[in-house]
Design a protein around this ligand. Sequence first.
Ligand SMILES: [Zn+2]
Ligand SMILES: [Zn+2]
Length: 164
Amino acid sequence: MRTTYVLSGILKPRLQEDAAACIALTASDLYPEDSWNFVFGQASLYERVGVFSLARYGDPDLGKAEFNLCLLRTIKVATHETGHMFSMSHCILYECNMNGSNNLQESDAKPLALCPECQAKLCWATGADPVAQFKKLAAFCKAQGLTAEQAFYEKSLQALEECR
Ligand SMILES: [Zn+2]
Ligand SMILES: [Zn+2]
């Protein structure tokens, strides 16, 4: 399925004026042009619409470990595309959720979390309180068994609370 069709043909005409952003997900493979192989997702930096695909993350029915890997891949790309919808470009400064990735190996290598610069951009764009955000993210990761990510958010929370 062409991303341009989903973004311009489906989402843009339906985007509510008071919506922060609107993202679609599909089980179909996505590509922006016929000449491209595939993309994990694509989002507009300025028009608050995005789309991502679940087609290339593995088989979640193979067991708990495979399920968690598919879940982590899914939320990484969903949050990455959402970052684009808040006008954030690719990050080249640090290891960061907003790093670009062209294949699963690159996607798996980058963290779920944002780097300090992109985290600051997200807080500026959304008005989010990072303490409240990290608490919710740590709880979510704990509930889902994403232990490394949970530990990272708890460590981030601890660092923020030490600054207060
Ligand atoms: Zn991107
Ligand atoms: Zn970054």
